[in-house]
Write a protein that binds this ligand. Structure first.
Ligand SMILES: O=P(O)(O)OC[C@@H](O)[C@@H](O)c1c[nH]c2ccccc12
Length: 256
């Protein structure tokens, strides 16, 4: 499934490239004001940090919320105390778009993450041109060589890569990369199965000073507590925020 998701994202990028060639997007990306320092926004604090996601649907959970105005939701995330807004831009299964990201960028002053199946530089340039400060790199989707190349490219643009792992081996690959921001996804993107204990099993492999993000299946305060106790600096939350009152839900998570 992960291969198909990546293939779909790359095909969509290819069609957009017919309209907006590489050099044009590169020029736009370079003309942007500098990316925000996401690591500073996510630095460990006395409360857990929340990366709040604009997410309409997913292949594992189906339709979650309409979200006619992603910018309005993102503003609520910011007022509610989120440290970063994640915007799913994958169109086929998650019903997102780069337009969502552009709209969110205009509405908030905290860092914005492009959540996408990224496999080539063009997609990273698009993210920067749309105003993203961070991009997601999924270790399971990429050979180490490609991962290293895209990681370096992201840093060259002044952006922060969030490197996502789903096993001890993938955490080791993320650490080898020198990643300063590592996400452990409880959901296996190939089978969609959830492993809520994975974060706790691999957290110690992540060196001190690296920001640890627990991703997926954070539905209630108990989940946030469990991840905090296991050493998470931040949680990445989609479903719980788009299906409940975002400000109240964020408030309860930040109070843990
Ligand atoms: O809606 P949830 O269960 O709170 O999950 C959010 C986020 O972790 C999830 O959307 C996600 C994590 N990694 C991904 C990679 C691609 C697409 C989506 C994701």
């Amino acid at each position: 499934m992960l291969d198909q998701l990546l293939k779909g994202s790359l095909e969509d990028a290819k069609s957009r490239r017919q309209v907006r060639p590489y050099s044009a997007v590169e020029a736009e990306a370079l003309a942007r004001p500098a990316a925000l320092d996401a690591l500073a926004h996510l630095a460990p604090a006395d409360h857990i940090r929340v990366i709040a996601e604009v997410k309409r649907a997913s292949p594992s959970r189906g339709d979650l919320a309409e979200i006619p105005e992603p910018q309005a939701l993102a503003s609520q995330y910011e007022s509610g105390g989120a440290s970063v807004v994640s915007v799913l831009t994958e169109e086929r299964r998650f019903k997102g778009s780069l337009r969502d990201l552009e709209a969110v960028r205009k509405a908030v002053s905290i860092p914005v993450l492009r959540k996408e199946f990224i496999g080539e530089e063009y997609q990273i340039l698009e993210a920067r041109a749309a105003g993203a400060d961070l991009i997601l790199l999924i270790v399971a989707a990429l050979p180490q060589e490609t991962l290293e190349r895209l990681y370096a490219f992201t840093l060259e643009l002044g952006m922060t890569p969030l490197v996502e792992a789903h096993s001890a081996d993938e955490v080791a690959r993320s650490v080898d990369l020198g990643s300063q921001l590592i996400g452990v996804n409880a959901r296996d993107l190939s089978t969609f199965e959830l492993d809520r204990d994975l974060f706790g099993r691999v957290a110690d492999q992540i060196p001190a000073g690296v920001i640890r993000v627990a991703e997926s299946a954070v539905l209630g305060v108990e989940d946030v507590e469990r991840y905090r106790d296991a050493g998470a600096d931040a949680v990445l939350v989609g479903e719980a925020l788009v299906t409940n009152d975002p400000i109240a839900t964020l408030g309860s998570f930040l109070n843990v």
